[in-house]
Each structure stands twice: as C-alpha cells, then as structure tokens.
Ligand binder design. Structure first.
Ligand SMILES: C[S@@+](CC[C@H](N)C(=O)[O-])C[C@H]1O[C@@H](n2cnc3c(N)ncnc32)[C@H](O)[C@@H]1O
Ligand code: SF4
Length: 449
C-alpha cells in the first residue's frame, strides 16, 4: 500500500452508526429527559426495539461487544427479571401506541437464554407493544450453543432472521482467538434454522484477526458462500485493548498490518462479489435479490446501530444493559454495568446513564454522513434543502475534504461528493470531514481499515 493510503488507514474515526457518535454521549442526559422523549413518541409512529443479552458461555479474545461470561444461572435470572421490569415500565409510556416494525435481540449471545426464558421475554414485549403484521424479528446467535429447542422457541416467537458468528473457519486462527468452531456446527445450525422456517440467514466474518492471511479470509468467505446466506458482514477486527480487557490475550505480534488488512478486506469482497453478492457500504454483502441490495440500488439504505439496514422506524428503544435508544430529540444509553443496571431498575428507575440531545445542525450533519456511509456519495446542497437549518456548516466540510480530493479519495463538483473506488475503504475518514466533533475524539476509536 502506498504511504498516503497507509496514513489514512491508520487514522481513527467513528463507525458512524450514529451521529453524534456515542463518544459524545454525556451524563447530562438521564431518566427525566428519556421519559419526556418516550412521551413524545408519535402515536402513529414506528418503533424499532433492541434487546441486549450481555452474556456468553466463554469470551472470544477479539470481542468488542458489551458482554461477560455467565458462570451462574442465577446471574442471568436476575438480569432477565430486570429486563422484564424495564419492558413493562417503558410500556407504560406513550411509546406503547407506536407500531413495532423491527425487533432485534443482540449480544452477547441471546441463545444463552433457555428457550422458555426467550419465550417469556417476547411474550412480555408483545403484551406491552403493538406489532406490525410484517415486523422483522431478528436474533444474533452463537452456532456453538444452538439446540433444537432454541430453534423451536425462535420459530414459535415468529423470528424471521438469524445472524450467526463465523469469523474464520480455520482451526489455527480459531486457536489464536479462543473460538473453537468446526464448520459443521455452522452448517448444521443453518440447516436446522431453515427447516424450522427461519429462512433469512446472516453470517458474520472477520478480517484482521491474529494469524489471519488473505488465504484464510478467502477460505472463510468461500465456506460461508457455500451455505448460501442471504447476507454477510465482514468486520475488520477493531483492536482496542485499552478499552476491552479480553483483547489483551491477543498476541499483537500476530496481528496483520494496515496493508495486509486492506488486502484481506479486498480478498473477502472479491470472493463474495465473485459469488454474486452485492457489496453494501463498508462491511455488508447481500444476495442481489435481497431487499438490502434493492434498497442500495434505489438509495433507500439506512445505517443504525446494527449496521446497514432497511429499518426506517422513527424511534429506537433499547432494553437491557448498555442498550441505546434513538428519538427525534436525541440519543440515550442504559447503564452498561450489570449490577448498576439491575439495581436501578429494581429501584423503580429507567436506567439511563448518558445520552445526547441532537441539535438542528447535528441532524443535518447526520443526514450527510448517513448518505456518504450508505451511498458513497452525497449531494450536500440537496440534503441541506430538506433541513430547517440555514448555515454554512457544510462549507467547512467541503473545505476539509480538499486534501482527500488531492489524494484521489473523493471527487467534488457543485456540492456533490462522490467517493472514488480508491476512496471507498476510507469513507469513514471522508465522513469525518462533516463531523463537527471529529477532532475531539480521535483516540477513542479504532483504525478505519
Ligand atoms: C454479538 S456477536 C454475534 C453473535 C454471537 N455472540 C457469536 O459471536 O456468534 C456480533 C459480531 O460482532 C463481531 N465482532 C465482535 N467483536 C469485534 C471486534 N473487536 N471487531 C470487529 N468485529 C467484532 C463479530 O463478527 C461477531 O460475530
Ligand atoms: S463474539 Fe459473540 S460469542 Fe464471542 S465473546 Fe463476543 S458476543 Fe460472545
């Protein structure tokens, strides 16, 4: 990789799953503000619900998620009680009148819950919220611990989509990340889910892991394609050991450098596109006939905390420790600490610890950044017309783009920004030019490629 691109690859930037990014959340936003935003949810609005299950059987060393090892069933039991209470408490607010179009169980590992506990949580949600007949119900799953009884419970609860963690199929890489997972386990999980009628399958792959080479990445992509998933994600390993203690077990001497990471990302993209998948944004792939690929072609792609999505709900409510909610007025986040989350809920509170109110300027910048991340292009002036915010705020963004333009990452004409093929892996650097906070938070993010 040439020196200029290498410099961009090593810069840090948010993943822009929200704007302002979560690093801007502060403790000035709490329960009182959250309750106001919940009461302001329009009666005819649409809702997306996220439920976080922060437990795993064991920790993968690379993991960057909010999760912990559940060594006692009792611990999960206390958490589930708090979760049910939180669901009921939010269900008492005006938000209950809106229509749920999307429900997502993430983690951690939602299938660490017993099938009956999963049914109980879904039943509580359905008692408290109104579901659209076509609502998508998605669950993140660890294929190593997926029983037939789990699958039956998911099918009974109307789950339509399952995302399975694969990462890398080679035993030598799996040993370096503490995730032993023979491919047959994934194959069996996919087959059993399909037999039960859960037909929409996503597989997660990773590059940039210790010991990984282009050959490993290609082998994993080919093995994943053979399972005919509807969608795949290919995440670059985000190494943030100062923030995630479990990552300190990773042998840093075995981590691929920036050039190798770029080659691995390109190899994954080539294998998946060669097999007929459409590239979506920075890290998603979908079958050409998948609604996500169609949305990309028609400019209707969205980006939220789950990555690229069709979810166009106007409000996101997060349940469980660390979950984030998104409202017309701003973002809120629940306490990520399990003990504090449980006791806040048991003490009659909604466990918000931070958030941020979004200004008119934030909303405008957010729209520009979302289009860049989704379409690799944005008509800045056209976006500005849709916002009740008059200002030259975007002019500074265009100015900050100049060096990236000189380096061939973007082309800019009459306020229309087009990311070049060379610039696409660096779209986070490009989006950062429209981010008013980007210089303030550099060291807290991972490198962009
Ligand atoms: C909640 S897990 C998926 C479900 C289940 N826990 C599993 O691992 O099979 C979400 C996904 O995030 C990705 N991921 C986790 N830590 C990451 C990191 N540090 N950098 C990039 N991607 C990561 C992995 O691809 C993982 O499959
Ligand atoms: S990758 Fe999945 S299974 Fe592994 S520790 Fe993270 S959440 Fe748990």
């Amino acid at each position: 990789m040439d020196a200029t691109l290498s410099r961009y690859a090593q810069e840090t930037a948010p993943r822009y799953t929200s704007y302002p990014p979560a690093t801007q959340f502060h403790d000035g936003i709490g329960e009182t503000q959250y309750r106001r935003w919940l009461e302001d949810v329009p009666r005819n609005g649409t809702l997306s619900l996220y439920i976080h299950i922060p437990f795993c059987k064991q920790l993968c060393w690379y993991c960057g998620c909010h999760t912990t090892v559940a060594n006692k069933d009792e611990r999960i039991g206390h958490y589930v009680e708090a979760l049910l209470t939180e669901i009921r408490r939010v269900g008492e607010t005006a938000a209950r009148h809106a229509r749920v179009t999307h429900m997502h169980f993430g983690g951690g590992t939602p299938n660490i819950l017993s099938p009956d506990v999963f049914r109980t949580i879904v039943a509580e949600i359905q008692r408290n919220f109104r579901f659209d007949a076509n609502a998508e119900k998605a669950v993140e799953l660890d294929p190593r611990y997926l029983s037939d009884a789990h699958i039956a419970a998911f099918a009974d609860c109307g789950v339509t989509r399952a995302s399975l963690g694969v990462q890398d199929v080679s035993p030598d890489v799996q040993a370096l990340i503490n995730r032993h997972q023979p491919l047959e386990i994934v194959q069996s999980a996919v087959e059993r889910l399909r037999e039960a009628g859960i037909g929409a399958i996503n597989l997660d792959l990773m590059y940039g892991l210790p010991g990984q080479t282009v050959k490993h990445v290609r082998r994993s992509a080919e093995a994943a394609v053979a399972l005919r998933p509807d969608r795949l994600t290919v995440f670059g390993y985000a190494h943030v050991p100062w923030f995630k203690k479990n990552q300190r077990a990773i042998d840093e001497t075995r981590l691929p450098d920036a050039g190798e990471r770029m080659a691995q990302a390109a190899a994954a993209a080539e294998s998946l596109q060669g097999a007929g998948y459409t590239a979506i944004g920075i890290d998603h792939f979908a079958r050409a006939d998948d609604p996500l690929a169609r949305a990309k072609r028609s400019g209707r792609l969205r980006r939220n905390f789950q990555g690229y999505t069709l979810d166009s709900a106007t409000t996101l409510i997060g349940f469980g420790a660390s979950s984030i909610g998104c409202f017309a007025g701003g973002y809120v986040q629940n306490d990520p600490h399990l003990g504090r989350y449980n006791s806040a809920v048991q003490n009659g509170r909604l466990p918000i610890v931070r958030g941020v109110a979004t200004s008119a300027e934030d909303k405008l910048r957010s729209a520009v950044i979302e289009r860049l991340m989704c379409d690799f292009a944005v008509d800045v002036l056209a976006v500005q017309k849709n916002f009740d915010f008059d200002g030259q705020v975007l002019a500074d963004g265009l100015l900050r783009l100049k060096p990236l333009q000189t380096d061939g990452l973007v082309e800019v004409r009459d306020g229309i920004v087009n990311v070049t093929a060379q610039g696409q892996p660096f779209v986070r650097n490009i989006a950062a030019c429209f981010d008013a906070y980007s210089q303030a938070c550099e060291t807290r993010h991972s490198s962009v490629v």
